[in-house]
Ligand binder design. Structure first.
Ligand code: 2AM
Length: 191
């Protein structure tokens, strides 16, 4: 008989959520992309920009995770605006996403501060170079064969900009019978 007690975990990540106006523009962009690329567009309420993806974390460690976020908040990372200017396609995972050419310093500061504080607190996370991206359509077959060749992807007439004033800790999983994201903490930016 296996008597080992299975540790309860949750799949979590830190992220930024667009405001309502940006959400509307991003879902419209996702619909345009879906029309040319096929695939499955994100649900409007799920559209987000990940800061740090932690994956499965023990529920017993969630308090410690929030303490890490408190420490980063107390460090006073400045608020910033995020501007989506481009659409890209990642062939390796068949994702079409919204990105930016001008990564705001505040975003880099926030992602770096979180990574450093998480590392110091002993949390494991993906330490690959941070590429800010907002997944709009999954399982796509975009005409653009690579990130460099974007021919065929919708162009943005003007950037989609929103003021970033807080970040959130999000739980990923089943909620009300649907898979989705549930915020379990939020922290303000300074300024
Ligand atoms: P994706 O949209 O490119 O899949 C919740 O799954 C969020 O965490 C999504 O923004 C997702 O990015 C991101 N994510 C999932 N797995 C990840 C990983 N191994 N490394 C970095 N980010 C990941």
């Amino acid at each position: 008989m296996n008597t080992a007690v299975k540790e309860e975990t949750v799949r979590v990540f830190f992220a930024i959520w667009p405001d309502a106006a940006a959400q509307k523009q991003l879902i419209e962009l996702a619909e345009r992309l879906e029309a040319v690329c096929d695939g499955r567009k994100a649900r409007v309420e799920n559209i987000h920009l990940t800061l740090v993806f932690l994956g499965e974390v023990s529920v017993d460690r969630l308090d410690a995770l929030c303490q890490v976020a408190n420490k980063v908040r107390d460090g006073g990372v400045q608020a910033f605006d995020f501007a989506v200017e481009e659409v890209h396609y990642w062939k390796h995972n068949r994702i079409a996403y919204a990105g930016t050419t001008k990564v705001p310093q505040g975003l880099l500061d926030l992602a770096n501060a979180l990574q450093s504080a998480l590392f110091a607190a002993g949390f494991a996370f993906d330490r690959q170079a941070y590429v800010p991206h907002i997944t709009l359509v999954r399982k796509t077959r975009c005409p653009a064969p690579s990130i460099e060749l974007r021919t065929g992807l919708p162009e943005l007439a003007q950037p989609i900009v929103w003021p970033v004033r807080e970040w959130v800790l999000v739980k990923s999983g089943q909620a009300n019978g649907r898979s989705g994201y549930t915020p379990i903490g939020r922290w303000p930016l300074a300024g």
